[in-house]
Write a protein that binds this ligand. Structure first.
Ligand code: ATP
Ligand code: MG
Length: 372
C-alpha cells in the first residue's frame, strides 16, 4: 500500500483580516501528479506550506492517509518540499547535500550510501557526486534539490514552482523528466505553478485557483475542453469570451442572445439563464462571405489580419460590439483571403459554442490584439 493521499477539508488561512485561503476542499489520491494552478497571490504557496506544516490553518483539516495532521510537526510528516530556490548548501558536495536529511533519520553509513546512489540515479546525476553546487547548471542544481527530497522516501512530494528559475527550453525538458520521475517513484506530487502549459503537460489532475478558492478540479483535458467558469476559460487562454444573455434550453443546447442575435450554444449547461458568457476557440470560428445566412451566424468586419507562419490570426468586430479572434490555415500560394475593413459573416458552430455562468468574475471580453 503506497499511501500518500492528501485530503484538504474546508481549509482556511487568514493573515490578520486578509483571507489568503478561503475554504479549500481537495482530494489528492495516492500516486497522483496533482497541480494547483493560479495567478500570483491566489494562495498556492500558503496551501502548500500548510500541507508541509510550516503554516497553521485558521480553520479546517489536513489529512494525510486519513490521519489529521493538526498535531504533527513538519519533520514528523511524511512529506517533503522542493522550493523554487533550491537552497543547496554551497560548501557541501552534491552527495553531501543529498545525504543531509538522512543524518537525522539514523541511517547507517552503508544505507546512506545506497539510498543516495539510488536518488542520484533517479535524477540522472550519477557521476556528479563530488561536485560543489556552484559547479552545476541551474537544471542540475534543481535535480540535486529533487534528489535531496526524494532520498527521504516521502509519501508526498510538495513542489513550489520548482522550475521557475530556469530558461524556457530547460523548463520544457525538466517538465517531461519530472513527470517520468513521478511515474517511476509512484508517490503523490503536489505541484504549484502559475504556468498553465506546465500544469497541462505534467498533471493527472489540476485545481484551478482564484483568490483563495478552487474554481475547478479536473484532468487537463477536462479543464481545457470543459471549463466550468468564465474565469477558468480565460485563465487557460481559451480566447473569445463574449457577453451574452441566456434563456434556457432550446433545440440542441442553450439559447443565448448576443446583442440582437440569437444563437444556440451546444456546450455547457443548457438550462443556463440570465447574464452569462459564451466562449469559442479561435480555430472553431469560420468566416464566410458577407450576406451568408443561417443559424449561429453574426455579421462583422475584419479589423486586422496577422500572419503567424502557417496560421492567420484574424480579428473581427462582430455586430454586437464584441471583438473575436479567428484562426485559419494560411494556405501556401493562396491569396490573402481577408483584408481589414472587409465585411464578413462569422459562423459560430453550435457544437463549438459553450455557455458559462456569469460568476461576476472580471474577464477579458473579446480577444486582445497582438502587437504586430
Ligand atoms: N505571512 C503572510 N502575512 C500576510 N499575508 C501573507 C503572508 N503570506 C502570504 N500572504 C498573502 O496571501 C496571499 C497568498 O499568498 P501566496 O504566497 O499563497 O500566493 P501564491 O499563489 O503562492 O502566489 P505566487 O504565484 O506569487 O507565489 C497573498 O496576497 C500574500 O500577500
Ligand atoms: Mg507562491
Amino acid at each position: 500500500m503506497a499511501g500518500g493521499e492528501v485530503l484538504l477539508v474546508d481549509l482556511v488561512k487568514r493573515f490578520g483580516d486578509f483571507t489568503a485561503v478561503d475554504g479549500i476542499n481537495l482530494d489528492m489520491p495516492s500516486g497522483e501528479f496533482f497541480s494547483m494552478l493560479g495567478p500570483s497571490g491566489c494562495g498556492k504557496t500558503t496551501t502548500l506550506r500548510m500541507i508541509a506544516g510550516f503554516e497553521r490553518p485558521s480553520e479546517g483539516q489536513i489529512l494525510l492517509d486519513g490521519v489529521d495532521m493538526a498535531q504533527t510537526p513538519p519533520h514528523k510528516r511524511n512529506v517533503n518540499t522542493v522550493f523554487q530556490s533550491y537552497a543547496l548548501f554551497p560548501h557541501m558536495t552534491v552527495e553531501e547535500n543529498v545525504a543531509f536529511g538522512l543524518r537525522y533519520k539514523g541511517a547507517t553509513k552503508q544505507e546512506t550510501k545506497q539510498r543516495v546512489g539510488t536518488a542520484m540515479e533517479l535524477v540522472q546525476l550519477t557521476g556528479f557526486e563530488k561536485r560543489l553546487p556552484s559547479k552545476l547548471s541551474g537544471g542540475q542544481q534543481q535535480r540535486v534539490a529533487l534528489a535531496r527530497a526524494l532520498v527521504l522516501n516521502p509519501a508526498v512530494l510538495l513542489l513550489d514552482e520548482p522550475l521557475g528559475a530556469l530558461d524556457a527550453k530547460l523548463r520544457k525538458r525538466l517538465q517531461v523528466e519530472l513527470k517520468a520521475l513521478q511515474e517511476e517513484v509512484g508517490i503523490t506530487f503536489v505541484y504549484v505553478t502559475h504556468d498553465q502549459e506546465e500544469a497541462l503537460t505534467m498533471s493527472d489532475r489540476i485545481a484551478v485557483m482564484s483568490q483563495g478558492r478552487v474554481e475547478q478540479v479536473g484532468t487537463p483535458t477536462e479543464i481545457y475542453e470543459e471549463p466550468a467558469t468564465a474565469y477558468v476559460a480565460d485563465f487557460l487562454g481559451v480566447s473569445n469570451l463574449m457577453e451574452a444573455v441566456a434563456s434556457g434550453a432550446g433545440e440542441g443546447g442553450c439559447r443565448v442572445a448576443l446583442g440582437e442575435f440569437s444563437l444556440v450554444a451546444g456546450k455547457g449547461n443548457a438550462d443556463t439563464a440570465g447574464p452569462s458568457k459564451v466562449t469559442i476557440r479561435p480555430e472553431r470560428v469560420d468566416l464566410e462571405p458577407q450576406g451568408t445566412t443561417g443559424a449561429n451566424r453574426i455579421p462583422g468586419m475584419v479589423e486586422r489580419v496577422v500572419y503567424v507562419g502557417s496560421v492567420l490570426h484574424i480579428y473581427v468586430n462582430l455586430a454586437p460590439g464584441t471583438r473575436i479572434q479567428v484562426w485559419t490555415q494560411n494556405d501556401a500560394g493562396a491569396q490573402a483571403p481577408f483584408v481589414s475593413g472587409q465585411a464578413v459573416v462569422a459562423y459560430l458552430p453550435q457544437d463549438a459554442l459553450r455557455v458559462l455562468p456569469d460568476a461576476g468574475t472580471p474577464v477579458l471580453v473579446g480577444a486582445e490584439i497582438e502587437s504586430a
